[in-house]
Write a protein that binds this ligand. Structure first.
Ligand SMILES: [Zn+2]
Length: 423
């Protein structure tokens, strides 16, 4: 049965950034079959969803998450930078696989309720976590984190994950290669990741220059900074998604676009734990940049709209220029540029016939959505997850009228609280 979203205001985020004040979107199976004038695309037998008082956008794309750590929310606020050097949270050792599986289920539900249709997710034990992500219906590229600073890298799990999910993003869940960071991975391991990525077609996901100790460690290995380390190990390519990129020198920022390395920008997390962000305006529009909410201990929200607003505002401050990072650029960062950063822009990130039906529908009956002088502006500066009405991934309705279709939000939250207090 086809689904028709009828009569909605549509931010297509196509190449011409077309806005359609009232349009039908016809969804056949997993994909958008057609876009037409309001009231023209529904046939008998279709499921028609009234969108006449709604804004339809491409599903939001969260390019850097650790969904299974949702349990860490609230465990470490206001800590000094040095606290994060160990990449550990107090009490973390008492979490079991059951906690992580509950966490990831709740996190994916929360992402969906926030209008997010795709995540790039990474953590250890991903072979246990990815099946839960898959069940939630969200689109995901998953990576099993590897390091070799405390023992040999766990390639067995990486290979198992790639075998199970493949590296082709045509699948709703596919696998990437996820070396942890430049200081927890040796040059040999990073080179191995680059080689295996080329052999398997996987994308590489890595934290880059997220702290001063990390950059110092890279320098101690003879590299002239984080970018030089990526170049020297074969990872400075458009196939590597670098998260954070906080500690780059002026020279590195100037040279970065030459390599076309996409960036996962996570301003809330970066500000909370390093009191610092990437100077976004210097790289925006020059390399693909998507937005990420990172893990809940460092954010602690999963609200990607808040992330976009913060990115724009802090980016303006850092550039000392209120004209940079305009509304349309931020909408693209939330959608098509995020897809580009993940290498899936041919599939998702804009509303166009032939693309997957990954869509967010915002309720225009909410006060924060009016007036409608410019709905793109409202999306960046005044909307929040409370305006999210419906969410579809691969043509499947996963949120309807602000409620999860496959899960019970109150039950998930209750389980989360119970497990949290029994830890
Ligand atoms: Zn991270």
């Amino acid at each position: 049965m086809a689904i028709v979203l009828q009569g909605g205001a549509v931010l297509t985020v196509n190449a011409a950034d077309q806005f359609l004040p009232a349009a039908d979107i016809r969804i056949d199976g997993t994909s958008i079959a057609a876009i037409g004038a309001a009231g023209t695309l529904a046939h008998s037998g279709d499921r028609v969803i009234d969108a006449s008082e709604a804004l339809v956008t491409p599903g939001l794309i969260n390019v850097h998450t650790h969904a299974a750590t949702a349990f860490f929310r609230g465990l470490a606020d206001d800590r000094p930078r040095a606290f994060w050097a160990g990449y550990a949270v107090p009490g973390q050792e008492s979490f079991t696989l059951e906690h992580y599986k509950t966490s990831v289920r709740a996190a994916c539900a929360e992402f969906l309720l926030n209008g997010v249709t795709c995540i790039a997710d990474r953590l250890g034990d991903m072979h246990h976590i990815a099946p839960v992500i898959e069940q939630t219906g969200i689109r995901a590229i998953v990576g099993h984190t590897i390091t070799d600073n405390r023992g040999p890298a766990d390639w067995t799990t990486v290979e198992r994950l790639i075998e199970r999910y493949g590296t082709d993003p045509e699948a709703r869940v596919s696998a990437g290669i996820a070396p942890h960071a430049l200081d927890t991975c040796s040059d040999a391991l990073l080179k191995n990741c680059a080689r295996r990525a080329e052999r398997t077609g996987a994308r590489v996901f890595i934290h880059v220059a997220q702290s001063e100790p990390e950059v110092a460690a890279v320098r101690a290995r003879g590299h002239d900074g984080a970018l030089a380390c990526l170049v020297g190990t074969g990872l400075a390519t458009s196939n590597t998604l670098a998260a954070h990129a906080l500690y780059l020198s002026d020279a590195e920022l100037d040279a970065w676009p030459d390599y076309g390395i996409p960036i996962a920008h996570c301003p809330a997390s970066n500000l909370k734990i390093e009191a610092r962000t990437l100077p976004l305006a210097r790289l925006a529009g020059r390399v693909p940049i998507g937005l990420g909410t990172d893990w809940t201990v460092t954010n602690n929200s999963m609200d990607l709209l808040a992330e976009a607003r913060l990115a724009a505002l802090i980016g303006k401050m850092k550039a000392d220029d209120p004209t940079v990072l305009d509304v349309r650029q931020m909408v693209r960062m939330l959608t098509i540029d995020g897809a580009r950063a993940l290498g899936i822009d041919r599939l998702t990130g804009s509303i166009e016939p032939g693309k997957r039906a990954d869509l967010a529908v915002f309720d225009l009956r909410r006060l924060e959505t009016a007036p409608a002088h410019d709905l793109a502006s409202n999306l960046i500066y005044s909307l929040s997850p409370r305006s999210v009405r419906d969410v579809l991934v691969d043509g499947e309705l996963l949120v309807r009228d602000g409620r999860l279709e496959r899960e019970d939000e109150a039950m998930l939250s209750r389980t989360n609280r119970r497990l949290g207090s029994s830890r």
